[in-house]
Design a protein around this ligand. Structure first.
Ligand SMILES: *[C@@H]1O[C@H](CO)[C@@H](O)[C@H](O)[C@H]1NC(C)=O
Length: 275
């Protein structure tokens, strides 16, 4: 494999996000489609935030979490979709490497804040269903606030950690990436440099512990929740308990199913070991 962007090789300063390939006849259609998706996603999440803020009856931890999740969701789609929509409109698929990193950093912050919030919501439902009598004492506004803050701190510190990692490395290519937005995590081995291996050894266990920890916490809570729901003898009670967490369960499954974070991270930190 080539070594750290050799001296006679021009450094990569710009990337081309191939996106949907070279089908100009499809571009207007895709442009409209993604514009619609973006508008609907922002409007729907904004509506949720406004409803929760405006209605005093919804001023409970559960709805605070939902509103915060919607806020993260708005930020999340706003880091990825506007650029894609712009590039579909203009046909210009280039992006500077620097902007690509900025997009990736925000994507990492929001993706991890989202996974932190989903975990917090899961703990909230676990307490509500498995410890209903102690729930009001355990989950109050202050605890909720701390959990929301922790989710953001988790996202931001994760992005800082990755950024420190990237600063030690050189982007080696490819220049053309088969992606819709700058998710370096799903590009195969884009980095090289003297520190790749050391950084890998430092950050890989950290990211695995964090991500697997979050995932296991969610899984364990859900197992407890489901076991408890099955123990409820009346079917209406069972239905009621299930309805308060089924939508969350769907979101969690979709999130962990699509983001495939472990896969992505494994590839970022993959070191060139052929030579
Ligand atoms: C997010 O959670 C905090 C802490 O519980 C809450 O005060 C705030 O209103 C929530 N944000 C939104 C947009 O509802």
């Amino acid at each position: 494999m080539e070594k750290r962007g050799g001296r006679n090789q021009t450094p990569i300063v710009e990337l081309i996000l191939l996106g949907f390939g070279n089908g100009p006849e499809l571009q207007p259609l895709l442009f409209l489609l993604f514009l619609m998706i973006y508008i609907v996603a922002v409007a729907a999440n904004l509506l949720i935030v406004v409803l929760v803020v405006a209605d005093v009856r919804l001023h409970t931890p559960m709805y605070y979490f939902v509103a915060n999740l919607s806020t993260v969701e708005i930020c999340y789609v706003s880091t990825t979709l506007p650029r894609l929509i712009g590039s579909l409109a203009t046909g210009d698929r280039t992006i500077s490497l620097q902007n690509c990193f900025v997009q990736f950093d925000f994507y990492i912050i929001f993706a991890n804040a989202e996974s932190g919030l989903l975990t917090a919501m899961c703990i909230d439902r676990y307490l509500a269903i498995c410890h209903p009598l102690r729930y009001p004492a355990l989950m109050n506004g202050r605890v909720c606030c701390h959990m929301v803050a922790s989710a953001w701190i988790f996202g931001i510190s994760y992005a800082i950690m990755l950024q420190i990692f990237f600063l030690q490395l050189t982007y080696c290519g490819p220049k053309e990436i088969d992606l819709l937005f700058c998710d370096f995590g799903s590009v195969n081995r884009p980095f090289c440099g003297a520190f790749t291996k050391t950084m890998h050894q430092l950050t890989f266990p950290f990211s695995i512990i964090l991500n697997v920890g979050v995932f296991l916490l969610t899984l364990t809570s859900y197992i407890c929740i489901i076991v408890n729901i099955l123990r409820i003898s009346s079917s209406t009670g069972r239905q009621k308990a299930f309805s308060t967490c089924s939508s969350h369960l769907i979101v969690v499954s979709v999130f962990y199913g699509t983001v495939q974070k472990q896969e992505a991270l494994r590839e970022i930190f993959e070191v060139e070991d052929e030579d």
